[in-house]
Write a protein that binds this ligand. Structure first.
Ligand SMILES: C[S@@+](CC[C@H](N)C(=O)[O-])C[C@H]1O[C@@H](n2cnc3c(N)ncnc32)[C@H](O)[C@@H]1O
Length: 212
């Protein structure tokens, strides 16, 4: 993978795991997650996904799933903007425990986004998935399940790390979803992420889609 040599070690490791157990161990012990990703690595996934969503979703009562919620950075932003019906899921118990302390989620539960998601069809008005479609984490196949559990006219707003976008069939799967009229793209753009030593570390693509 390109452009990862200057990363802080834990971020580098999460992008180079060989299996989910290894990934789980890294998140389990990552107490400094927020300061590492924001201050050292210039992470903006939580900011750009919520900004993109809130340009379109105006109903403050909307039920929103934060998929791969981690420590709750997305929930924190949504709650501060008075969107308070937020459900968080993550596959790491320890990340969920950190998110719980923020007191901004209606509920938090364990969920592996690479498997069938345990919510009924049309459960959510919107899904935000920040920083979780990335190398060694969750792939584009999860979009099908996300669409299933999102209501018609609902939104899915997510980032994909550039290297992961190029390595996995995002373009193909997204085109297919559009062709099948399962969703339509609302906006899509790339953001350069700058790391504390002034280097451009990665590019995140943010995509916001309306479910048909
Ligand atoms: C880079 S963090 C992003 C967390 C949060 N969304 C944010 O913006 O800070 C990636 C998150 O994805 C979670 N994750 C990784 N693989 C997952 C999977 N298969 N199912 C659910 N969550 C997963 C990790 O536990 C971690 O909390």
């Amino acid at each position: 993978m390109k452009n990862t040599k200057n990363m802080i070690p834990t971020i580098f490791k999460t992008l180079h795991v060989s299996n989910q157990d290894e990934l789980g161990e890294l998140y389990k012990n990552w107490d400094e997650y927020e300061s590492d990703v924001i201050q050292l690595a210039g992470y903006v996934g939580h900011l750009i996904t919520t900004e993109a969503l809130l340009r379109h979703l105006k109903d403050k009562e909307a039920k929103i799933l934060d998929a791969g919620c981690g420590t709750g950075l997305v929930g924190d932003i949504l709650y501060s903007k008075e969107y308070k019906n937020i459900v968080g899921v993550d596959f790491s118990k320890e990340m969920l425990n950190r998110a719980l302390k923020k007191n901004v989620y209606e509920s938090l539960s364990l969920c592996d986004l690479t498997q069938k998601i345990e919510f009924e069809d049309n459960s959510f008005d919107a899904i935000v998935c920040a920083g979780t479609f990335t190398c060694g984490h969750v792939g584009p196949e999860a979009l099908n399940e996300m669409i299933r559990i999102t209501k018609n006219d609902g939104y899915i707003s997510f980032t994909v790390r550039k290297q992961e976008w190029e390595a996995s069939p995002y373009e193909k799967i997204i085109k297919e979803l559009e062709r099948s009229k399962l969703w339509q793209q609302v906006e899509r753009y790339t953001v350069k992420v700058q790391h504390s030593r002034g280097r451009n570390l990665s590019i995140m693509l943010v995509s916001s889609n309306q479910i048909k």
